[in-house]
Design a binder for this molecule. Structure first.
Ligand code: FAD
Ligand code: SF4
Length: 508
């Protein structure tokens, strides 16, 4: 009797646990495009197209390799439009009662599989460097779960950029060198782009018909959709952008959407690239003298450090994690996150490129849209849903810790030791957004004052009880307290007025 082998849209590799456990001669691979997954949040059309196109190509590859694959296309009339529904349908067709699956990266889907009336075995997703057990052992008994210490263990475990027991160059972390402001010009033309082939075109037509009303542009579509293309995109990054990745990692430019970023997160997350393979390519470039140590270490830390760490946190903290609201922020997400008009040029540019590319790089997510959401007290659940919908690389296990934890401090400080908040000065230093903005970044109150300047103090003031004893925030509070009372009152009044206008739907 055959077993069903479930392969989900973000598990597109031969190395996924369920396939490794399967028997090609007797098992049936089940893959399904279902409306439920396409619409539980209004995913960006490019994100849906990426996943469906990569699924179709992966299924074709499996068939070519001799697997039996039952593939449900979204428009199949018999498609029940849910994962469990499709498993039940296939089980009946094949007289199968057992399903082998790789544990999904989202509590919602784990629950759906556990509740499915079939014998479903969930195997651990081992496409990661740290297993759940290793993370739990690391977390056990620690007061604070800081990424840096976890990262060092992952360096030791992988041996990446290690000389015996010591880190290359005798330093674990070169972040200090990675904070240069935006360069005048960027000598990298951006990630490798791929013209849609026949499979991709068919998917684009489908997505246009079914999800064309979602926020974001479907075309031009240029993402890699199979492993070979994704590897070429990686090699292109390593050769042409990696050398400056470190230096300009935190910089932002209004007219350059990618700077020296890799744009590989979306491929790693769905299985087209393996995280270790990506890090080894980067390490090799450093060994060959083609990339400086701050670039290679900085990049590898993002993957074996941050990426592994946030996954550990998501599963360590439990199913309530994505819904936490530690600062009790309730304000509704303003329309300008969905492309509505705003006078804040930094936000408008970050949202514009998000709509065009289903991509923004880390500092745009953290210090522009995330920073604003935190300062303005936006409801973390709404903000989190936005991030989950609009980025091609967004899956809950990685999105929620980054948004709810790192960016919004809504997890009560599990991930961040202090909130990532800044006034307009930081954005001005790291970008060219402020030139040409309706607001003036140097103006603190009154006509033309940058909203980030007002809201920054408003945030600190309204959360004084929570943060004034935080050693790393003492300076901020001392600066605020030194201002004269009149000025403080003006700042708070103007911040309130701004928030009220914003919530009333005025263009701010
Ligand atoms: P690069 O800047 O070139 O970095 C290289 C790789 O490092 C990335 O591809 C990614 O795999 C990894 N990485 C870097 N930072 C992180 C991080 N903080 N957490 C996990 N992996 C990281 N990343 C996602 O994959 N999915 C998300 O939904 C997501 N949401 C985010 C939301 C917010 C508010 C913030 C601040 C960050 C978020 N990130 C998310 C992390 C990071 O911004 C993206 O991984 C990165 O921008 C992807 O682009 P890139 O491939 O060009 O990355
Ligand atoms: Fe953003 Fe303020 Fe700069 Fe305008 S002035 S781009 S609102 S930081």
């Amino acid at each position: 009797v055959s077993r069903l082998i479930l392969v989900l849209g973000d598990q597109l590799t031969d190395d996924v646990a369920a396939l490794k456990a399967a028997d090609k001669t007797s098992d049936v691979v089940v893959m399904a495009e279902v409306a439920e997954e396409g619409s539980y949040v209004p995913h960006h059309p490019k994100k849906i197209a990426l996943i469906l196109a990569a699924m179709r190509k992966f299924a074709a590859r499996l068939r070519k390799d001799g697997w039996t694959v039952d593939y449900s296309e979204l428009d199949d009339t018999e498609n029940s439009q849910s994962i469990c529904g499709e498993l039940l349908r296939r089980a009946e067709q094949h007289g199968a009662s057992e399903v082998i699956a790789t544990r999904p990266g989202e509590y919602r889907l784990i629950a759906a599989l556990e509740d499915c009336p079939l014998k479903v075995t969930l195997l651990e997703d081992d496409r990661f460097i740290a297993s759940h057990k290793e993370f739990e052992e690391w977390a056990e008994g620690r007061k604070a779960l800081r990424m840096e210490y976890f990262y060092r263990d992952m360096r030791r475990k992988t041996g990446l950029m290690m000389e015996g027991d010591t880190p290359a160059g005798d330093k674990w972390n070169y972040d200090h060198d990675n904070r240069k402001p935006a360069p005048d010009d960027v000598d990298f033309g951006g990630p490798m782009q791929f013209a849609p082939d026949e499979t991709v075109e068919a998917v684009l037509d489908l997505v246009e018909r079914r999800f064309g009303n979602h926020f974001g542009d479907l075309r031009p579509f240029w993402f890699a959709t199979d492993q070979g293309q994704a590897r070429r995109a990686l090699a292109h990054f390593v050769k042409h952008a990696l050398p400056k990745f470190g230096d300009f990692q935190d910089a932002m430019l209004a007219e350059n959407r990618f700077l020296y970023h890799a744009v590989v997160g979306l491929y790693i997350n769905i299985g087209l690239l393996d995280p270790l393979e990506v890090c080894q390519a980067v390490e090799q470039a450093w060994k060959d003298g083609d990339a400086p140590i701050n670039a290679a270490e900085g990049f590898i830390r993002q993957i074996i450090g941050w990426r592994e760490y946030v996954r550990g946190i998501y599963f360590h903290e439990g199913p309530d994690y994505p819904r936490r609201n530690g600062l009790n922020h309730q304000r509704k997400l303003p329309e300008f996150y969905w492309g509505g008009e705003t006078n804040m040029r930094c936000i408008s540019k970050a949202v514009e490129q998000t709509g065009a590319e289903a991509y923004a790089h880390h500092i745009q997510r953290l210090m522009v849209t995330g920073n604003f959401a935190l300062l303005a007290g936006l409801d973390p659940a709404e903000v989190s849903e936005w991030y989950l919908a609009v980025y091609a690389d967004a899956f809950e296990w990685v999105e929620a810790p980054n948004v709810v934890g790192m960016s919004l401090f809504a997890d009560g400080g599990v991930i961040a030791s202090k909130p990532y908040v800044s006034s307009g000065a930081y954005i001005n230093r790291m970008s060219d957004y402020c030139k040409g903005c309706h607001y003036k970044v140097s103006v603190k109150t009154g006509e033309g004052a940058c909203p980030f300047n007002l809201l920054y103090w408003h945030f600190l003031d309204r959360h004084r009880d929570r943060f004034s004893n935080n050693a790393r925030m003492g300076n901020m509070y001392r600066t605020w307290d030194r201002m004269d009372a009149d000025r403080r009152e003006t700042v708070l009044r103007e911040a309130e007025a701004f928030l009220e206008r914003m919530s009333a739907g005025a263009v701010v």
